[in-house]
Design a protein around this ligand. Structure first.
Ligand code: NAD
Ligand code: TYD
Length: 354
């Protein structure tokens, strides 16, 4: 049995679905079901005895103690987090609560369980912490991609809270010997992505005839990885990663935001043309920039390839086409996760540029 936290969110749910499809080992899935957690994503696992879902908080030590004692997992994969930069600007409190305090409490619960295990199980145990490249801060145009040696220079409340959690995980290894692994991945995209993030938001807004808000000049660069490739990297690190090490995960797909938005528009023009025959790109609207907006992220994933033989299966072209196709046939999933109150705030915050 493995314990996955945050397994009803975007990446966690993709991980759980892939795990159950590819392994006989059961998954205990602990998720608080915040706005970002969605059991509908896991509906295909209803009745499957290899998936046990529990609604709860990673910071609930009593619940964790009980679950660990009862299910005796051999590993924990920690996805649970508040994950959206704009929300962290809007209200950083939840980010500190879950990403920092929650991770601390989870580490303590796991340490209590792990230290009482028999020697062989103790040695085989793994705590894999899923983190982001945003902890390294922002790159200049001419800078090389982030390696595992880069300094931590987080700039947003989100990235600062994730950086703090990475440091806690590191310290629990150095101080208590907890067998940890950390992955720092670039921007993900793919099925079940909450439509507050760039790619799904553009698809959903385009289809609804709404503006496609591009922050600032749209020349900020992100490095995109198809979510299933992130999941395969996590499985590989869990299986063969060196204890206490961190691994950068990415697919060498640096693109400016405006190019991403235009690519999405072109795919929609092909797959679901607008009723009036005009291009979706007409909906692109430049809006005020995000406060403290990081200019560029880029991941050097050579360590993971060299040491553990991992490579992504998708190119950006194949992954983005699959993603757009997925959203075209999952309109109901999208309608069910959209939240009115948050969109109102975003629309007020990001007004069209004069
Ligand atoms: P998400 O927001 O889609 O999902 C997060 C999940 O965690 C949700 O199901 C939510 O209900 C759950 N959760 C939140 N607080 C919780 C708590 N206190 N206890 C238990 N569950 C809780 O996020 P995501 O995009 O799937 O990201 C998953 C992880 O991967 C995060 O740690 C994130 O920092 C990291 N990451 C994300 C990306 C990306 O591009 N999305 C890239 C690199 C790393
Ligand atoms: P996002 O998906 O929020 O991920 P992150 O901030 O973690 O990289 O944003 C990706 C990029 O797209 C980022 O540079 C901000 C930009 N962006 C827009 O231009 N418009 C939008 O409506 C959103 C949500 C993001």
């Amino acid at each position: 049995m493995i314990l996955v936290t945050g397994g009803a969110g975007f990446i966690g749910a993709n991980f759980v679905l892939d795990w159950v499809a590819g392994s006989d080992e059961p998954v205990l899935n602990l998720d608080k079901l915040t706005y970002a957690g969605n059991l509908e994503t896991l509906a295909s696992l209803n009745g499957n005895t290899r998936h046990v879902f529990v609604q709860g908080d990673i910071g609930d030590s009593q619940l964790l103690g009980k679950l660990l004692a009862e299910h005796k997992p051999r590993a924990v994969v920690n996805f649970a987090a508040e994950s959206h930069v704009d929300r962290s600007i809007h209200g950083p409190g939840d980010f500190i609560e879950t990403n920092v305090v929650g991770t601390f409490r989870l580490l303590e619960s796991v340490r209590g369980y792990w230290s009482a295990l028999p020697e062989a199980e103790k040695a085989a145990f793994r705590f894999l912490h899923v983190s982001t490249d945003e902890v390294y801060g922002s790159l200049k145009k001419e800078d090389p991609a982030f390696t595992e040696e880069n300094k931590y220079e987080p700039n947003s409340p989100y990235s600062a809270s994730k950086a703090a959690s990475d440091h806690l995980v590191r310290a629990w290894h150095h101080t208590y010997g907890l067998p940890v692994l950390t992955t720092n991945c670039s921007n993900n995209y793919g099925p079940y992505h909450f439509p507050e993030k760039l790619i799904p938001l553009m698809i959903v807004n385009a289809l609804a005839g709404k503006p496609l808000p591009v922050y600032g000049d749209g020349m900020q660069v992100r490095d995109w990885l198809y979510v299933k490739d992130h999941c395969s990297a996590i499985r590989r690190v869990l299986e063969a990663g060196k204890l206490g090490e961190t691994y950068n995960v990415g697919g060498w797909n640096e693109k400016p935001n405006i190019e991403i938005v235009k690519t999405v528009c072109a795919l929609l023009d092909e797959l679901k043309p607008r009723a009036d025959g005009k291009p979706y790109a007409e909906q692109i609207t430049y809006v005020t920039d995000r406060p403290g907006h990081d200019r560029r992220y880029a991941i050097d994933a050579r360590k993971l390839e060299r040491e553990l033989g991992w490579k992504p299966a998708e190119t950006f072209e194949t992954g983005i086409r699959k993603t757009v196709e997925w959203y075209l046939v999952h309109g109901e999933w999208v309608r069910n996760v959209q939240s009115g109150a948050y969109r109102e705030w975003v629309e007020k915050q990001y007004k069209a540029a004069p």
